[in-house]
Design a protein around this ligand. Structure first.
Ligand code: DAH
Length: 359
């Protein structure tokens, strides 16, 4: 029996030394030391031996077991090291390589124009405010002095959402104006904010998409007046289009949330099919504005006898089209990479007034 055991030991140790992978090594362990393994098999036979032989064979079996286990452990850690080294070799990253050219992204014109707008107004000391895309009926309409039966509600082609039973009916906000109310409710005048973001209306053609972008402006203090509104918008338009003395026209208009209300046009020409801002005798409407209605101030928790201010709302996609000569609004949302490469902006060129707004 001892001879058999010794030969098993030698065979097993030899096999362990020659093994190349962890799975095969484990098979050897099971074959020798597992429940049905060869060495375990001999252990089970010990009971049938006479006492002297049992002691001798038993001791030898224990030594062999230990030797085999030790050989397996050693081989296992050798194989693990080898595997790790191989991974380290093959998965090495050369950090000095430049990035692949095709992984470079670009900035969408809408994001670019939002950054430009923010750069200009922040320079005028405006802060950025935000509100959610899903508003309730009250904030989107009621608080802005647009009661239930008001025709402006129909004009907005609102997307209504299923009601949860509590609070007002949820809608996808049809304009960024509800951010005015949200901001007034949580802050004290003086207020000077712009709020860029997504807006939604059920409408689709060359110049309308169901989702589009607006930027809202709100200034409230004890003295802000129409002259400030005009000066502020003029400074914005000249900085944004990078043209001095842009002809601007303030047309009387109507919005429920402002009184008086004005729509603002900028002078341009369409000569030779090319749009030029600041010259010629055509006009383009770019925004709505006015002095904030006392009811709106009151709904925002602000005393209209003490405070007054102005507001404006501008279509971002529209002024992006004007500035960068993009003819069809729908192409903004086609996710066509060729279009993006043509109109897109370099990711690291952040617009600033002193560093230049774009390109
Ligand atoms: N909310 C208006 C719209 O979507 C735009 C607007 C007009 C906003 C006048 C204003 C404003 O803040 O004073 O058509």
């Amino acid at each position: 029996m001892l001879e058999q055991i010794t030969s098993i030991k030698e065979d097993t140790l030899e096999a362990i030394a020659g093994i190349g992978d962890l799975k095969a090594l484990d098979d050897i362990r099971v074959g020798a030391l597992g429940k049905k393994g060869a060495i375990t098999g001999f252990m089970k036979q010990l009971g049938g031996l006479d006492p002297d032989e049992r002691r001798e064979v038993g001791q030898e079996l224990n030594r062999i077991k230990d030797a085999v286990q030790a050989a397996i452990d050693t081989r296992k850690s050798e194989l693990e090291w080898a595997a790790l080294n191989e991974r380290l070799e093959t998965e090495r990253v050369d950090v000095s390589l430049p990035p692949r050219p095709e992984t470079q992204g670009s900035i969408h014109p809408v994001s670019q124009v939002m950054d430009e707008i923010m750069a200009i107004f922040c320079e005028m000391d405006f802060a950025i405010a935000e509100g959610p895309d899903i508003e309730d009926d009250w904030l989107n309409f009621g608080a802005l002095n647009i009661p239930d039966e008001h025709p402006a509600r129909q004009e907005h082609d609102t997307f209504y959402l299923p009601s949860s039973g509590e609070g007002g009916r949820p809608v996808l906000r049809t304009h960024t104006s509800p951010v005015q109310i949200r901001h007034m409710m949580k802050s004290e005048p003086p207020i000077r904010i712009i709020a860029p973001g997504r807006t939604y209306r059920s409408d689709s053609d060359m110049t309308h998409t169901p989702m589009f972008h607006q930027v809202e402006g709100l200034v409230i203090d004890e003295t802000a007046h129409l002259g400030h509104l005009k000066g502020c918008l003029r400074d914005f338009v000249e900085a944004f289009f990078q043209v001095d003395n842009v002809p601007m026209r303030f047309r009387p208009s109507y919005f429920p949330f402002t009184a008086p209300s004005m729509e603002v046009d900028i002078g341009c020409s369409f000569e030779g099919g090319e749009l030029k801002i600041g010259a010629g005798d055509d006009w383009l409407e770019i925004l709505g504005s006015g002095m904030v209605h006392p009811n709106v101030l009151r709904n925002g928790g602000i005393d209209p006898d003490r405070y007054q201010g102005f507001a404006f709302g501008m279509g971002i996609d529209r002024i992006a089209m004007l500035k960068y000569g993009i003819p069809d609004l729908r192409s903004f949302f086609d996710a066509d990479l060729r279009w993006l490469r043509h109109y897109g902006f370099r990711a690291l060129d952040l617009p600033t007034l002193h560093g230049g707004l774009a390109r």
